[in-house]
Design a protein around this ligand. Structure first.
Ligand code: PLP
Length: 392
């Protein structure tokens, strides 16, 4: 067919970059024999009791829409979970919205609060959808770099320096995809002070918080004065290994949840009922399974970080998430050439750091959501590849 229909595509959509990860993975998909450290999802199957809850719900004929905000039983569980784990108190009736993953929650949060031309501060390297989601909400993304020297934590001084008139939102994510960086309480306190001073709304994506290996995770929403200016986002995909259930949630002040609800009810309507039933079970009884998976990730993290450093690739130890972010600068190659060469010569897939924004240049993302044994095999091959490069 001809490209005739091309002119119907909206300008701001035409301008969006294709996902760097997608491009890279279409190459990987054609190589089933390759070892992939590229995936951004758990290698574990959803714990059985959670799957069973969805099966029971289906057997009972639960096939309807739910309340736009989500099942009230789920919202109550979410409210209890967030209070117990993050120390923030939300009313299940008015302050909690169940969405189709954190992806949808993020999208409707941005669309509910941004006017055309508003500016959004976000830190980079970051999850691939942040900048496009801001653009799709007709706003302007302003990237703030993070660096290996700070172990990819957010530096409040850099956020302050990047601020300009018109900034309305500050987006945070830690533990961070792709770097595993976390931001300590003292830095968060300074960011909170800045957000209050500049009257910023914070959208805080805490999807990896259960996978924090060192120190305590602190949510910015729990700091004094911040709950009323924070939309807290969380979900089930990562810690509960429930990516395919597509379920996440937003907690926040009633007016903002109401605004998000308006967007949600005219787009998604509600999250799938079977996934909501499974999520209730996850929150009620999922903690032991989460702890077991976390233990595996922790062991694999220590292995992969050690192996990268032994191979001559400088790699900080990620304090959370299931991603390592080694520097590939010692090889003299740029991120994409390094990753393409590794795939061609040793059949190991890692993601070029630049897929997560320009400040990912000189790095690659390697996910440790794959078995210990495969990490050993993959890192042996990486070492061989780096060795060959050093001899060229
Ligand atoms: N936020 C971050 C930081 C992520 O890394 C991801 C997925 O990789 C998401 C959100 C999307 O999560 P969900 O599956 O809940 O849509």
């Amino acid at each position: 067919m001809s490209d005739y229909s091309q002119h119907f595509v909206a300008d701001h959509v035409k301008g969006l970059p294709r996902s760097g990860i997608r491009d890279f993975f279409s190459i990987v998909a054609a190589m089933p024999q390759a070892i992939s450290l590229g995936i951004g999802e758990p290698d574990f199957v959803t714990p059985w009791h959670i799957r069973e809850a969805a099966i029971f719900a289906l057997e009972k004929g639960k096939t309807s829409y739910t309340d736009n905000l989500g099942l009230i039983r789920l919202r109550r569980e979410i409210s209890t979970y967030v209070e117990n784990n993050f120390g923030i108190s939300y009313q299940p009736e008015t302050d909690v919205l169940v969405a189709v993953g954190v992806s949808e929650a993020l999208d409707i949060a941005l669309r509910a609060v941004l006017n055309p031309g508003d500016k959004v501060l976000y830190h980079e390297p970051c999850y691939v959808s942040y900048s496009p989601s801001i653009v799709l909400a007709h706003a302007q993304p302003i990237a703030v770099g993070t660096s290996a020297e700070d172990q990819f934590g957010i530096d409040p001084a850099r956020v302050e320096a990047a601020w300009e008139p018109g900034c309305k939102v500050l987006m945070l994510n830690f533990p961070t995809n792709p770097t595993g960086g976390v931001t300590e309480r003292a830095k968060l306190e300074r960011l909170a002070k800045f957000a209050i001073e500049k009257d910023l709304l914070v959208i805080s994506d805490e999807i990896y918080s259960e996978l924090t290996f060192e120190g305590e995770h602190t949510s910015i929403a729990s700091l004094p004065g911040m709950q009323e200016r924070t939309i807290f986002l969380h979900g089930f995909s990562k810690a509960f290994a429930m990516t395919g259930f597509r379920i996440g949630y937003a907690c926040g002040p009633k007016p903002l949840i109401e605004a998000m609800m308006k967007v949600h009810q005219y787009s998604m309507l509600c999250a799938p009922i079977l996934s909501q039933e499974a999520a209730i079970e996850a929150l009620k009884n999922g903690a032991p399974a989460v702890a077991k998976m976390k233990e595996q990730y922790h062991r694999r993290r220590d292995l992969i970080v050690r192996r990268f450093n032994e191979a001559g690739l400088d790699c900080h130890s990620p304090k959370g998430s299931f991603y390592a972010f080694p520097s590939i600068q010692s090889t003299g190659l740029d991120s994409l050439s390094f990753c393409k060469g590794l795939l061609d010569q040793e059949e190991v897939a890692v993601v070029p750091g630049t897929a997560f924004g320009p400040s990912g240049a000189g790095f690659a993302r390697a996910s440790f959501s794959t078995s210990y044994e495969r990490i050993i095999e993959a890192t042996d091959r990486i070492e061989r590849y780096v060795d060959k490069l050093s001899k060229n």
